[in-house]
Ligand binder design. Structure first.
Ligand SMILES: *[C@@H]1O[C@H](CO)[C@@H](O)[C@H](O)[C@H]1NC(C)=O
Ligand SMILES: *[C@@H]1O[C@H](CO)[C@@H](O)[C@H](O)[C@H]1NC(C)=O
Ligand SMILES: *[C@@H]1O[C@H](CO)[C@@H](O)[C@H](O)[C@H]1NC(C)=O
Ligand SMILES: *[C@@H]1O[C@H](CO)[C@@H](O)[C@H](O)[C@H]1NC(C)=O
Ligand SMILES: *[C@@H]1O[C@H](CO)[C@@H](O)[C@H](O)[C@H]1NC(C)=O
Ligand SMILES: *[C@@H]1O[C@H](CO)[C@@H](O)[C@H](O)[C@H]1NC(C)=O
Length: 460
């Protein structure tokens, strides 16, 4: 396991020690009453701390520190004590003019920064819900000025842009209005023991978005949110060396998702010991913009997936690996050298493995994989979901594994078990699009139907 050794070595380098002086926001006039803005006091404490050569800015226990955007400086770690909360403002004037900088806490072009302390940062996401809907909430959009277009104009919670040596540890990130924790072009980031809670029905409240960043280590995370939980993206550069271990995830979208922004490459990604429950999709790759994915390992992962409203991407696939051009002007991208080992899944739909004519899936390996299929909702299923783009939703019968445009797929000790269902076409183990798949190999592969009497999987 050279991969694990590499992980440990790199992990040690990511846990930089942040010593130095302590500055309390209350000494700079923060009230912590949750009503008056403490923005100026917080920013003054951060600036004083940075000027003194770095250290900690403490948010004492018991306070609710309401704030507009605050900027972290080099060498400064926010120490939010247990019971203390940083509350993000809910007015557009609380945020800078540029929508790319709409964050409650923002670090830009800095080093040796972080957030820790056992407390909470809260985006007050509830205030951004215009209308509750158990299928999908309707949200506020700050698009009136035209600087941001569409319906995704809401502030993110915490962002690190063009920064290095970042640590986020032992904190709760609660109720983001939009994405929760966002890394952009960062290098050497450790995210440890972070809990993320977003509204299950609110769109775009992603957990952790790792964009164009290298050497990212995520351990012991707990994510329960509406949208994609751990989501590497490549918009202006590649994502290299991402290690995610010991995490628990529940989401109405993908638990792990590469893309769909995928202009550059994704290389050396390692996901280990992850539990995914009640999600719309387990492991997903939506490569749509020409990027190449290679050398990715998924090990020791438990997954359960089910159908939710189709306005959310995902069709209960435990594993969804796709590469196809987003639209006519996009390039294909490709996916190769992917290993799935020690995976067990319980799901309402099968695996979806689809390359495209110009973007083959190459050298996929499945080892020690146990797949249990059971229906627990009344959703008719029977749809292949290529979104975004690439044919969108296509009516088709369900299969344990659907494969198209693949060269090289090895299965070793892969077991499928099917629970009885009255849905038509149920329990077909493998569906291959003719003339698009070669170099398949099966060893110790089986598919069996479980007796009708066993009802343990009837409910979701
Ligand atoms: C602004 O957001 C609203 C609400 O989501 C949406 O219906 C509308 O199309 C958006 N308008 C523009 C110009 O982006
Ligand atoms: C994880 O963080 C929580 C606060 O969010 C803290 O109470 C707990 O002690 C931390 N666990 C470890 C192992 O440090
Ligand atoms: C990540 O590494 C690649 C080389 O592998 C480099 O091109 C890219 O600039 C790096 N990105 C960052 C943010 O350091
Ligand atoms: C796997 O991760 C969980 C946290 O999600 C942790 O409690 C458990 O100890 C880990 N297992 C191993 C073998 O490391
Ligand atoms: C898979 O699980 C077995 C135990 O069931 C363990 O021996 C093996 O090391 C695991 N493989 C990986 C790559 O973690
Ligand atoms: C598959 O599982 C067997 C039995 O638990 C284990 O011995 C083997 O190491 C596993 N394979 C891999 C590649 O981890």
């Amino acid at each position: 396991m050279t991969m694990l050794l590499l992980l440990l070595l790199l992990f040690c380098s990511a846990t930089a020690d942040h010593g130095g002086a302590i500055f309390s926001v209350t000494d700079y006039g923060a009230r912590g009453d949750g009503k008056c803005y403490d923005t100026r006091a917080i920013q003054k404490s951060i600036d004083a701390c940075a000027k003194a050569g770095g250290g900690r800015v403490r948010f004492p226990a018991g306070g609710d520190y309401l704030t507009a955007t605050v900027w972290l400086r080099t060498g400064v770690v926010l120490d939010v004590e247990p019971g203390a909360r940083i509350l993000g403002g809910t007015q557009q004037r609380d945020y800078p003019e540029d929508p790319a900088r709409w964050y409650v806490v923002l670090a830009e072009s800095v080093r040796r920064v972080g957030i820790t302390g056992g407390g909470e940062i809260n985006g007050q996401g509830e205030a951004f819900v215009v209308r509750r809907d158990p299928r999908k909430n309707v949200m506020v959009s700050w698009n009136a000025t035209g600087l941001c277009r569409g319906d995704e104009c809401r502030p993110r919670l915490v962002g690190f842009i063009d920064s290095a040596d970042v640590v986020v540890a032992d904190v709760t990130l609660n109720q983001p209005a939009y994405w929760c924790l966002h890394l952009v072009r960062c290098d050497n980031t450790a995210i440890r023991n972070v809990s993320i809670y977003g509204d299950f029905d609110s769109p775009n409240n992603d957990g952790i978005d790792i964009e164009d960043s290298n050497n990212t280590f995520i351990t012991n995370c707990h994510i329960d949110t509406g949208d994609d939980a751990i989501c590497p993206k490549s918009s202006t550069g590649p994502v290299v060396n991402l290690f995610v271990t010991d995490c628990w995830i529940r989401t109405k979208s993908s638990a792990i998702k590469l893309g769909s922004a995928s202009w550059f490459d994704f290389r050396r990604l390692f996901f280990n010991n992850i539990t995914i429950v009640d999600s719309h999709r387990g492991i997903g790759m939506q490569i749509r913009d020409g990027g190449k994915v290679r050398d990715v390992v998924f090990a020791n992962i438990k997954i359960s997936t089910r159908y939710y409203h189709p306005s959310w991407w995902g069709r209960a696939e435990p594993i969804y690996i796709t590469a196809c051009p987003r639209d006519q002007s996009s390039k294909s991208g490709s996916i190769s050298d992917i290993l799935f080992v020690n995976i067990s899944a319980v799901s309402e739909n099968g695996l979806f493995l689809a390359g495209s004519e110009g973007g083959l899936l190459r050298n996929l390996k499945f080892k020690n994989v146990s797949l249990t299929y059971r229906r627990c909702t009344t959703d008719p299923g029977d749809i292949y979901d290529y979104r975004p783009g690439c044919g969108e939703m296509v009516k088709h019968s369900t299969a344990g594994m659907m494969m198209e445009h693949i060269s090289g797929l090895e299965m070793e000790n892969v077991k499928m078990r099917w629970y009885h269902s009255h849905f038509k076409g149920w329990d077909n183990p493998i569906q291959i699009r003719p003339d698009t798949v070669d170099k398949l190999s099966f060893k110790d592969w089986e598919s069996e139907i479980v007796s009708k009497k066993d009802r343990e999987f009837d409910k979701c």
